[in-house]
Design a protein around this ligand. Structure first.
Ligand code: FAD
Length: 340
């Protein structure tokens, strides 16, 4: 039997922050996790450390203090300008082995989903993926990670009692963005970067901006979302016109993605994106749990459905019972009239 690891030396909450060209990317996700990390650190009576790697990231590091970090671990070097798995994993693991964080949180973005399992494997610890809720067990003072399981029918609570750091990746759009407080002070710790370009096995030749609006939809203030009830005839085109009038992004349900009318990048729900815009307009959507998981935290939900008993109305602040083919053109007309 192997001796139980001494965990008493592990202290503090770390949050890995994503950047692109020195600025916060998927900014709300990194900030949401920072806000959540702050709450966990306060419950544990420990420090919150933001971890940022990149080139010219010092200004962003200062911003992270204003958003709640006590310390920022910063690796600033040209070789780190673009995210590369091996270089980032090497640096974070080395720092974690030396500094021994109790908790390490990473965004469930494309980068985070690549990075977090590498780190957890290297550090011989567990990682709970795609969490929607985080808390601290009052008695044991350990991280309690919650995530949907079994097709969203069960919320699983996962603990990592015997290994450190306790790691989780966190879904975008499920936690609140903290308030910025310019008066906060903190410490920026510069990590010495010894990695050289020739050490990297992956070379970044070119970075192209992805045209699809996956990032936009998660940061959108308004979302017009299409269900199968909004796909027949020219109804979907009308929805696009409505989105234009509202300055909103278009999203939709999985069956609508399967018809090819929207890309997977903007499918909302359990196997798609989680959004929490100010306004979520659900048109011809039935409201199954697999869909509502991705939009239930929207500030104001307006649902249009011809079935008065549709499940989506349970999530709606305002409901319109009617045929989308009639209601959508009327809304466009009304919006145009208000703007005129
Ligand atoms: P429907 O269920 O067919 O509903 C259409 C609605 O439109 C009905 O309520 C109907 O009354 C109304 N309607 C019809 N005609 C009109 C009209 N003219 N005007 C107004 N209303 C009208 N789904 C997702 O959305 N996202 C996911 O990420 C996702 N992941 C899944 C994962 C798993 C493992 C599984 C099993 C399923 C998943 N699904 C997901 C599918 C999900 O279970 C539902 O099938 C889907 O959300 C239903 O889509 P819908 O509301 O567009 O279509």
């Amino acid at each position: 039997m192997t001796a139980k690891k001494d965990l008493s030396a592990y202290k503090g909450v770390w949050v890995f922050v994503e950047q692109f060209q020195g600025k916060l990317t998927r900014s709300t996700l990194s900030l949401e996790i920072l806000g959540e990390g702050r709450k966990l650190a306060d419950k544990l009576g420990s420090e919150l450390t933001a971890v940022i790697l990149g080139e010219n990231v010092e200004e962003t590091a200062k911003e992270l203090i204003a958003f709640g970090a006590d310390k920022v671990l910063m690796a600033d070097a040209p070789v780190l300008a673009d995210y590369r798995t091996e270089l980032y994993t090497d640096i974070i693991c080395k720092e974690a082995e030396e500094r021994k964080p109790d908790i390490l949180l990473v965004g469930a973005s494309a980068t985070g989903r690549d990075l977090a399992p590498r780190i957890s494997f290297r550090l011989h610890t567990g990682c709970t993926a795609d969490c929607t809720e985080l808390d601290i067990d009052e008695d044991k003072k350990i991280l309690v990670s919650t995530r949907p399981a079994f097709g969203g029918n069960v919320m699983a609570t996962i603990l990592c009692p015997d290994h450190r750091p306790q790691m989780s990746t966190v879904r975008a759009g499920v936690m609140a963005v903290p308030q910025k407080d310019e008066s906060r002070t903190g410490e920026i710790i510069k990590i010495e970067v010894t990695a050289k370009e020739e050490d990297a096995q992956v070379k970044v030749l070119e970075v192209k901006q992805h045209e699809a609006s996956a990032q936009n939809i998660q940061e959108a203030i308004r979302v017009v979302s299409a269900g199968m009830g909004a796909c027949s005839g020219d109804c979907f085109d009308q929805l696009k016109d409505l989105a234009k009038e509202l300055d909103a992004e278009i999203g939709g349900t999985r069956p609508v993605f399967e018809t090819g009318l929207i890309s997977h990048d903007v499918q909302i729900g359990q196997t798609g994106k989680t959004v929490r815009p100010e306004l979520y307009l659900a048109v011809g959507i039935s409201g199954t749990v697999q869909h509502t998981t991705g939009m239930a935290d929207s500030r104001t939900v307006v649902a249009i459905n011809k079935d008065p008993n549709a499940e989506i109305f349970k999530f709606a602040h305002y409901g319109i019972v009617g045929d989308a083919k009639d209601v959508v053109p009327q809304l466009i007309e009304q919006l145009k009239a208000v703007k005129a």
